[in-house]
Design a protein around this ligand. Structure first.
Ligand SMILES: Cc1cc2nc3c(=O)[nH]c(=O)nc-3n(C[C@H](O)[C@H](O)[C@H](O)COP(=O)(O)OP(=O)(O)OC[C@H]3O[C@@H](n4cnc5c(N)ncnc54)[C@H](O)[C@@H]3O)c2cc1C
Length: 464
């Protein structure tokens, strides 16, 4: 029996091998073009994943696990001599315990689907990437995704209690568990979070859940000055208020959502920057907290600021923020163009300076760039529209990304906030470690990779 037949047998026929079936799996949402995989396997349980890995380990075939394929760094992009392990059939919510505050789910469950189920009992799973309609639990754990609620709840790493993982030789292990506290040796669960499918395949996750906030209200503000917009969230946080969401968009982003989604603001006065701050609270104290946020924001000198009570307007703004990346993609005006996404983070207290430096930097290069981000946790995205197959242009993009990374590091932040490393930020990861005079970290990561994946068959060429 040939290897493909053996793999087909391992997944009971759930395999794609025809040219037209394989093409959609070549790449993810990043700008990397990728190669055609040898086959796409769609396992339905852990024993099938284990059997696939035994075969691939024996044959030295590279295995690229894939959830929703929304990676922006090329972490699910296919390199040569690879099979794709599409986890989408493993999409069951196994158990929810509101008293113990956890949910046990398969990796192919989409984040929005999990949150829909949880909302029925008044709970939620807080990590909320803009891609939550398509991104899966397995993919978001593997990239340590953040998202819109990071300012209050942090990123995915805070919400993973335990994992079932298939190692490169097919061995199945369990890490962590169902309890909030555990002090039992090295934290292997944490090691898999953000490992981008390079250490093992996640086949089950035990996630922390939390009650839905009683009420959420919103304040929006428009600014002419990027530094002032940048100062607002630190001032709000210093006052003791923690927004559940604090987002920022520049004029390129605002014009794009106005054109593509019909959302515009009569009070924006054609301002260059918008701030969106959501406050979660109880019914009794929501107004008091919103008024406090309003007054703090007023003190930062916006052109206009107001509280929004209208549910439809709140929903429309959220939807356009979540659809912003797609909207910006439609701004491409030359064939072959795509978006390269910068994803840096700084402590909110340094945002004002960092944003000013970023704006000046971007202006120097002359690319079309949309600046937006989860400003409440200091995360800024610079979305650069370029043609990835134009080597000269990409050289300049690379220089811009380096300078962007430097701004993050100088301000005490990181070159990658929430999208991971993938193919795109390997150089920046090294830069960060060199800046911290801790290049040994890369050696340690390389050694860890070798322990978990001796033959290097798990997402080869990514992250390190
Ligand atoms: C429009 C848009 C908005 C976005 N907004 C955000 C945002 O706000 N915040 C944010 O953090 N990210 C954001 N992203 C990036 C991306 O959506 C997230 O990183 C997401 O978590 C990836 O999930 P996925 O299921 O699509 O994973 P994939 O893209 O399929 O895979 C990502 C990585 O996880 C690995 N992987 C997948 N499943 C498994 C598994 N079962 N076991 C082991 N490894 C696995 C893959 O090999 C790959 O390395 C956005 C992307 C888009 C396109």
């Amino acid at each position: 029996m040939g290897v493909i037949d053996e793999l087909k047998h391992a997944v009971k026929g759930h395999i794609l091998t025809k040219e037209e079936e394989l093409l959609p799996y070549k790449t993810d949402a990043s700008y990397f073009s990728g190669s055609k995989p040898m086959a796409v396997l769609l396992p339905s349980d852990v024993s099938e994943v284990s059997n696939i890995l035994k075969i691939c380990n024996r044959e030295g075939i590279n295995v690229i696990s894939r959830g929703g394929g929304t990676s922006l760094t090329g972490s699910a992009t296919v390199l040569t001599n690879s099979i794709v392990l599409a986890m989408t059939r493993m999409n069951r919510i196994i158990h929810i315990s509101s008293e113990d505050r956890y949910a046990i789910v398969e990796p192919g469950v989409r984040i929005d689907d999990l949150n829909y189920e949880l909302s029925e009992i008044g709970f939620m799973y807080p990590p909320d990437p803009g891609s939550s309609i398509a991104a899966t639990v397995g993919g978001s754990i593997s990239t340590n995704a953040g998202g819109l609620r990071g300012v209050m709840y942090g990123s995915t790493k805070e919400w993973v209690l335990g994992l079932q993982v298939v190692l490169s030789d097919g061995t199945v292990i369990e890490t962590g568990g169902r309890v909030l506290k555990r002090s039992a040796g090295y934290d292997l669960t944490a090691l898999f979070v953000g490992s981008e499918g390079t250490l093992g395949i996640i086949t089950l996750a035990t996630l922390k859940i939390t009650p839905l906030p009683e009420r959420i209200g919103r304040v929006i503000a428009f600014y002419d000055s990027i530094e002032r917009a940048g100062a607002a969230t630190a001032i709000i946080k210093k006052s003791g208020l923690t927004p559940i969401t604090a987002e920022f968009m520049d004029k390129v982003s605002l014009d794009s959502i106005s054109k593509n989604m019909g959302l515009s603001f009569s009070d924006s006065g054609n301002s260059d920057y918008m701030l969106i701050v959501d406050i979660a609270s109880t019914d009794e104290s929501l107004n008091r907290h919103l008024e406090k946020a309003l007054s703090l924001i007023k003190g930062t000198g916006p052109r206009s600021v107001r509280i929004i009570y209208d549910e439809t307007e709140i929903r429309n703004i959220t939807n356009s923020r979540k659809g912003l990346y797609s909207s910006i993609l439609s701004e491409r005006d030359r064939e072959g163009q795509y978006a390269v996404m910068g994803d840096i983070v700084v402590p909110p207290s340094t945002l004002s300076n960092a944003l000013l430096d970023i704006r000046n930097l971007v202006g120097k290069y002359g690319f079309k760039v949309a600046l937006f981000g989860h400003i409440g946790d200091g995360n800024i995205h610079a979305n650069i529209i370029v043609n990835p197959s134009d080597a000269k242009e990409m050289e300049r993009v690379s220089a811009l990304m380096n300078e962007l990374g430097r701004i993050a590091l100088i301000n005490g932040g990181s070159v990658s906030a929430e999208h991971g490393i993938g193919l795109e930020k390997k150089r920046l990861l090294r830069m960060e470690m060199e800046y911290k005079e801790s290049s040994r970290n890369i050696e340690l990561m390389t050694s860890i990779k070798a322990v978990f994946d001796k033959k290097g068959i798990l997402n080869r060429g990514k992250l390190l």
